[in-house]
Design a protein around this ligand. Sequence first.
Ligand SMILES: NC(=O)c1ccc[n+]([C@@H]2O[C@H](COP(=O)([O-])OP(=O)(O)OC[C@H]3O[C@@H](n4cnc5c(N)ncnc54)[C@H](O)[C@@H]3O)[C@@H](O)[C@H]2O)c1
Ligand SMILES: [Zn+2]
Length: 387
Amino acid sequence: MSGEDFNITVNFRHQIRFTRGAFRAENSLVAELLETRGRSKVLVFVEEGLRVFFPKLEAEIQSYFSDLRGLSLAGVEWLPGGEEAKRGDAVYQAAMAQIEQKGIDRHSYVMVIGGGAFLDVVGYAAATGHRGVRLLRFPTTTLSQDDSGVGVKNGLNAFGKKNFIGAFAVPFAVVNDFCFLHTQPEGTRRAGLIEAVKVALVRDGEFFTWMEANVGKLRELDEGALEEAVQRSALLHARHIAQGGDPFELGSSRPLDYGHWAAHKLEQLSDFKLSHGEAVSVGVALDTLYAARVGLLDEREAERVLCVIEQLALPVWHEALELRDEEGRRRVFHGLEEFREHLGGELTVLLLKEAGQGVDVHEIDEMIWEACAEELKERALALTELG
Ligand SMILES: NC(=O)c1ccc[n+]([C@@H]2O[C@H](COP(=O)([O-])OP(=O)(O)OC[C@H]3O[C@@H](n4cnc5c(N)ncnc54)[C@H](O)[C@@H]3O)[C@@H](O)[C@H]2O)c1
Ligand SMILES: [Zn+2]
């Protein structure tokens, strides 16, 4: 036998920026991010649903690039977004066809402007066309600005499973433009804050205390509070990815997926009527109460978390939790097996020890977890009756 081992080290720069009005003539951020070496092209994909809110966006983009030397705008393409865009491959194929037709090469840029689902689909096309072209993401929802957009993943749903297809690909840059943040329906805008709650709980207790103190403003979607929460959350997520030691999730521990094993399953069980944010809210509430019930987390800490979720008008329970399989087991528990399968290795679920600190566990006691689901059901029903 013969052979040799080689270490391949690749260094990625993960550039996260915050701005307002990225394509206004006086805003130089995008121009400064791009390398203008003469022949590079820029192809921009925008989520169709944004047109009514930002009718001048295409003209602004055209004008921005007409003034920029060394780069040419290859086109502004509007495609459908939302979770539906991740369900089949039509949007992915349409984006890929544009990348091919417009001659986007590995020194050119794809820009994608939209919610988390749209970023995932176009991001996958950018990661696979020419085996990867440079991607600039412009997330437009709370959830994509405070979490998914600053991550290094993309994906499509397949075989009834979330994000079954996809790639790890560090974007060239992420531009969180706060001008996009305030036009989503109130429910979605608020629901995206759950990822900020989540990352605070697993990484930064002081940030959780800040959210708790500002929960009234956040509930009312006060612009300043929302932007501060988004910025702090985005930076915490990016810092964890860059410095947490496992950017491409090769290990089995995934702290940023706190509450997500149930959430992903609930999204699917509700046929995606439950949004990702709402599903994470239920998942976080359940795993938090569970941690208290198994003696890991102080009851009062769990109560703080549940109160913040409720005060943000987010759900702690959903009827999809009641669905059972032929053996009478709650279907949501299949999420545990799928989570394990997705990560590989031993089942690893993060639970809280305190606000700001988690601990990995390797099994979930289904009886105790079910009792938590029942308790949260009562709590949710009582809140509905109140009003
Ligand atoms: N890649 C990752 O690491 C990662 C991480 C977490 C979540 N995600 C994925 O992100 C997706 C959820 O993203 P999302 O919460 O942004 O939802 P979304 O992308 O489904 O968008 C929700 C709705 O908001 C609309 N919208 C978007 N921006 C708007 C704006 N500025 N004004 C008005 N309407 C706007 C969209 O058209 C859509 O109808 C899920 O598919 C989830 O799996 C990915
Ligand atoms: Zn999430």
